[in-house]
Design a protein around this ligand. Structure first.
Ligand code: SF4
Length: 484
């Protein structure tokens, strides 16, 4: 289904709102004798991160600067995730914490957007319990944030703007403040039509809509020209990408790979029902497409997959895994697994452990089932007791941690090209980066390779060769042997 483009009227309205807000914030800055700051707090997936980069871009074009201190910014936006209960609890917890700041500063602005706003009970709770939240708006119309902000300032009371549109409007004119100078997040499609019974995303992000190939390639060419080394092609299910001309994901991946300048083309997420051998063959034959495949399994039991409304079985899944392992021998495989889905028996869970062992995942996002109001699974009988879920979750973690460590251990002694992401969070003189297979590497840089006057962060976006010296559960250590 083709993407819905932003309309001329909306663009005009947004631009006039941006002008009005620029004047308002420059007046506020003059009266406070300081810059006006913003902070966008992002929960959830990389699609949310990509939306947050657009919010930051619009706030910066209003003349605001990003706040990095430990107090509170003048404008605070919570870009929320509704996939799990704890993500929701974190929002309400943070809204509680920010209450006194908002009460003490009449000029402060608090806004909430993202997937939680598409769940009515959450919006009701914000209305009733957090009346000091100035603005609530949905992810469908994030490009109209300046219009909603202007309107909420004019109203001087809470504004809730949730549209019923079941799709996301695409807007390539919205200003974007990208977080990393070497990596760009590029949504290729929005929404999901799969309706897995435990998932709120299809209700929060609407129906699948794909951007046109020409438009994505144009954006990628500009990013390559601007010096971005890595792009992440994003979608809830990139394999079901289909442009209005009928172009599918393999064609888009090939076209992206042909653009000069990118060292790494990554994509997320794939769906086992749509992943094709052709995509794996393109990964195997391209020098700049990552050798990491993220393929959510969720459960190793066909019976549970049916209850989850995930239309593939373990035989299909393993066929894809074996083909990937054959075609991309140095590649890595990651997955998502839910433990404790309603009705899951000990035998179902054992099947999950068996599949995990057979696939030998290099890493995995593992979750305890969390009932989401509004989903079919939340109404299912046989909800599993928490202590049973926790005990099973512990067994899965033990197995998966062991596999992840083995995957890192297998890297020791090898030398591979790394895209430097900057200073490691563990030590100031340690750099961090990733292999083509998405393994996390922390490494030293010998004095002989250091560039005079460069700090660790100045190496961000550069390529180098690193010899791997030792492994840890979630990363590999090494030493740079060549700076490229
Ligand atoms: S594929 Fe399933 S789990 Fe993934 S976003 Fe769609 S409905 Fe949710």
């Amino acid at each position: 289904m083709a993407i819905i483009k932003v309309g001329k009227e909306d663009l005009k309205n947004r631009d006039s709102a941006l002008n009005e807000l620029r004047e308002y914030f420059s007046g506020l800055s003059a009266s406070k004798g300081r810059e006006i700051t913003y902070s966008v707090r992002t929960y959830g997936c990389q699609l949310n991160e990509s939306d947050s980069e657009k919010l930051c871009g619009m706030l910066e074009s209003m003349g605001l600067t990003e706040y990095e201190g430990d107090k509170t910014a003048d404008v605070v936006i919570f870009n929320t995730c509704a996939v799990r209960e704890n993500a929701e609890d974190r929002l309400f917890g943070n809204l509680g914490i920010i209450k006194s700041d908002r009460k003490n500063d009449k000029d402060m602005i608090v806004a909430v957007c993202g997937c939680m706003t598409m769940v009515e009970k959450n919006v009701d709770k914000i209305r009733k319990s957090f009346p000091y939240v100035d603005l609530v708006f949905d992810p469908q119309h994030i490009h109209l944030f300046p219009v909603y902000l202007r309107d909420s300032l004019r109203r001087k009371k809470q504004l809730v703007n949730i549209s019923a549109d079941d799709y996301i409007v695409d807007d390539s004119l919205v200003p974007i403040a990208r977080k990393r100078k070497f990596r760009a997040l590029v949504p290729i499609m929005y929404g999901c039509n799969n309706f897995c019974t435990y998932c709120i995303v299809p209700y929060a992000r609407g129906r699948e809509r794909s951007r046109e190939v020409g438009e994505i390639i144009e954006e990628l060419e500009i990013l390559a020209y601007q010096g971005y080394k890595e792009v992440m092609l994003l979608g809830q299910n990139v394999n079901s990408y289909k442009s209005s001309e009928g172009d599918r994901f393999p064609a888009l991946l090939k076209a992206a790979s042909a653009i000069k300048g990118f060292s790494r083309i990554r994509f997320m997420s794939s769906h086992p029902k749509d992943i094709s051998d052709e995509i794996i063959e393109i990964m195997a034959s391209s020098s700049n497409i990552e050798t990491h495949l993220h393929l959510p399994l969720q459960s190793g039991s066909d019976r549970i997959l049916k209850l989850m409304n995930r239309p593939y079985d373990i035989t299909d899944y393993l066929k894809t895994v074996h083909y990937f392992r054959k075609m991309v021998p140095d590649g890595s495989l990651s997955t998502d697994i839910i433990v404790g889905f309603p009705g899951e028996t000990e035998d179902d869970f054992k099947r999950t452990l068996d599949v995990v062992s057979e696939c030998a995942f290099d890493s995995a996002f593992t979750f305890q089932y969390s009932p989401r109001p509004g989903t079919k699974a939340a109404l299912m009988e046989d909800q599993i007791p928490h202590d049973v879920v926790t005990e099973r979750f512990g067994r899965l973690l033990d197995l998966q941690n062991n596999l992840a460590y083995k995957s890192n251990l297998a890297k020791v002694g090898k030398t591979e090209e790394i895209l430097i992401e900057g200073m490691s969070s563990t030590a100031p003189d340690i750099l961090t980066g990733r292999t083509m297979s998405n393994h996390l590497i922390n490494f030293t840089i010998p004095d002989s390779l250091k560039i005079e006057g460069k700090s660790a962060d100045d190496y961000e976006g550069m390529l180098c060769d690193v010899k791997f010296t030792s492994a840890r559960p979630y990363s590999v250590d090494g030493e740079m042997v060549k700076l490229k």
